[in-house]
Design a protein around this ligand. Structure first.
Ligand code: FES
Length: 70
């Protein structure tokens, strides 16, 4: 993952939820809720750290949606 320039991400909103989508350099895609597990704000992509960060209280999630700091 590190050093690649083919990482892509988008935030989508379906009828019920905001979704975070991550596609790795081999075009494998992960889709998960963009809603922060702390208090429900939407995460945003941090391209420098390749993480999903919540602007509310600072929780961070890796590109696959796993919490890395609270
Ligand atoms: S709602 Fe995301 S850190 Fe609090």
């Amino acid at each position: 993952m590190e050093g690649s320039n083919t990482i892509s991400m988008i935030l989508m909103q379906d009828d019920l939820d905001k979704l975070a989508v991550y596609c790795n350099p081999k075009n494998k895609t992960w889709v998960f809720s963009a809603v922060c597990s702390h208090l429900g704000r939407s995460v945003g992509w941090n391209n420098a750290e390749k993480s999903w960060d919540c602007p509310c209280h600072g929780s961070r999630f890796d590109c696959y949606g796993k919490m890395i700091s609270r």
